[in-house]
Every structure is written in C-alpha cells, then in structure tokens.
Design a protein around this ligand. Structure first.
Ligand code: BJW
Length: 241
C-alpha cells in the first residue's frame, strides 16, 4: 500500500471555476473566442489601447462580484484539505492560475495567485498593489501614493513574469504529489510544473473535464467535472488509513 502524501502541490486553472459561472479561456465559447488575447492580455495591447483593456477587466471584476458567482464544491474541498493539512503538519501549496477569489471564498487561507488577482490594482507610478473592487477609471487614484490615472489590473499578461515562481519551483522540487485541476496545459510556465514534479519523483495526477494538452505527462488521470472529482479525491486523501 502506498504511503499517504505528505507534501502536495495543487495547481488549478479556469476549469475549476467554470461551474461557479466563470468562463474558461480556450473551451468552445470561451473568453479567447470573444476577444483577442493579443489586444487584452499583453503589455503591448495595454499600451495600444488602455481603455479597451481596462473595460475588459472591469467587466470581469463586476461579473466576479455579482450575485450567483460563488465557490463550488471543488473550491470548498480544497479549502477543507488545506485546513486539514495545516492541522496535522503535512504541507499543501495551492497554486492557482485564476485571478478570481473563489479559492479564498471556498475556505483556503493561503493561495498563490501566479497570474495575479482581479480584486487588486497595481500602480505604474509607485509599483504598489492594493485591494480594488471598483472599476479602474482614468481618474482612479492609487491608494498607496495618491497618483491619478496610473492603475492597471494586478494580473500577469503574456510576456510578463508570473508571481512567486521561486517559491513554486522550490516546493515542486520537494513534493511527493502534484495535482493539476481544470487547466488545459497550454500556458507556460504552469504547463511545465508536471515535469518539475516528475523530476522530483512525485506522483502526478490530472483532474480535468477531458484530457489536457499535457495529459500523457501525468501518471494518473481522472476525467469529469471538478465539482465531483475534487471532493472525491480530497476524501481519499483525508480518509484514515
Ligand atoms: C473543466 C471544467 C470543469 C472546463 N471541471 N475541468 C515555454 C516556456 C515558458 C514560457 C513560454 C513557453 N512558450 C511560450 C511561452 C510564453 C507564454 C506562453 O505560455 N504562451 C503559450 C500560449 C504558448 N507564457 C507567458 O508569457 C507567461 N510568462 C512567462 O512565461 O514568463 C517567462 C518565464 C519563463 C519561465 C519561467 C518563469 C517565467 C505569462 C502567462 C500569462 C497568462 N495570462 C493569462 C491571463 C491572466 C489574466 C486573466 O485571467 O485575464 O492567464 S492567459 C489565460 O490562460 C489565463 C489563465 O490563467 C491561463 C491558463 O488557462 P487555463 O486555466 O488552462 O484555462 P483554459 O481555458 O485554457 O483551460 C480550461 C480547462 O478546464 C480545459 O482543459 C477544460 O477541459 C477544463 N474544464 N470545465 C474540470 N467543469
């Protein structure tokens, strides 16, 4: 019988929030079928048309805050897992590519948002980032330095460095289980985490609606909706042996 995992890294993507009412990017009808990635998710796009990019993220921020967008059983199960691990000395690093706050609302206390957070704004003048729930407008003032008109969404666009990479790679190098949930495996560096974990000798598990781009890299895979797969997997991990 295999030993229960002691050090888990969980990576989540847009698929985990789909059943909470938020769109994925690359599925049929997803975000990139409606807007141009180059225009709204690159620094070049922002320089060319800041109003268009701000409107795109203002819309998504309003959608995230609207009634009906709530954490689903997959978010809640990961929150439960995190609390249980904190209580018995095991380690869990929850890394999300998502900019929503549904893991936190689902009970997770420490989440690494490698692609940033929709509910924060960053000031291009002072570099500070602050909690932000309103639209970002041309007249918006930075809460840290008071400068007007220099706020941008606190998100990571293509060509920018994702956040907390050193911490993520160090933890991957020491994990014994890596679990990838609801991500297409299209976007690097996140798509390469499975290979880092394999190199560390970890077991690797994909939980996704369908096989992802990198599916063959995983030692084990389960397919179905995250709201069903994730709670079932968490129960297995937490079951007394
Ligand atoms: C369900 C489900 C349900 C549906 N249940 N499942 C090689 C190495 C390194 C870098 C590169 C490289 N090649 C190219 C690059 C550069 C580039 C890149 O990856 N380009 C690719 C397009 C090829 N990467 C970058 O520029 C990154 N920065 C960088 O690399 O810096 C240098 C560096 C190098 C090495 C180490 C460290 C640094 C930055 C990437 C930034 C991505 N930003 C976005 C936008 C963020 C803000 C926003 O949200 O608007 O992040 S793009 C978008 O894609 C968003 C997502 O987080 C990301 C990933 O999408 P995700 O989550 O996978 O969603 P989908 O829609 O693709 O998939 C959903 C999945 O869920 C599907 O599989 C469904 O089946 C499934 N699903 N319903 C379970 N109910």
């Amino acid at each position: 019988m295999s030993l229960p995992p002691q050090r888990i890294v969980v990576l989540t993507g847009a698929g985990i929030s789909k059943e909470s009412g938020l769109d994925t990017f690359r599925d049929a009808g997803g975000i990139w079928s409606r807007v141009s990635l180059e225009e709204v998710a690159t620094p070049e796009g922002f320089r060319a048309d800041p109003a268009k990019v701000q409107a795109f993220y203002n819309d998504r921020r309003r959608q995230l805050l609207q009634t009906g967008v709530e954490p689903n059983p997959a978010h809640a199960a990961l929150g439960r897992l995190e609390r249980a691990f904190a209580g018995d000395g095991r380690e869990l690093l929850l890394v999300t590519q998502n900019i929503d706050d549904l893991h936190e609302r689902g009970g997770a206390r420490q989440v690494v948002h490698m692609h940033g957070e929709l509910l924060r704004a960053r000031c291009l003048h002072c570099g500070g980032d602050s909690a932000w729930t309103a639209d970002i407008e041309p007249k918006s003032l930075c809460p840290t330095c008071g400068t007007a008109g220099r706020l941008r969404p606190h998100v990571v666009w293509f060509g920018e460095m994702p956040m907390e990479m050193e911490r993520i790679y160090l933890t991957l190098a020491a994990c014994d289980l890596f679990v990838s949930i609801g991500t297409s495996g299209n976007v690097y560096p996140a798509a390469g985490f499975v290979q880092e974990a394999r190199s560390a000798g970890a077991h690797t598990l994909e939980l996704n609606l369908e096989p992802s781009e990198g599916a063959t890299l995983f030692a084990e895979a389960r397919y179905g909706p995250a709201s069903e797969l994730v709670p079932a997997w968490v129960e297995e991990v937490l079951a007394p042996r």
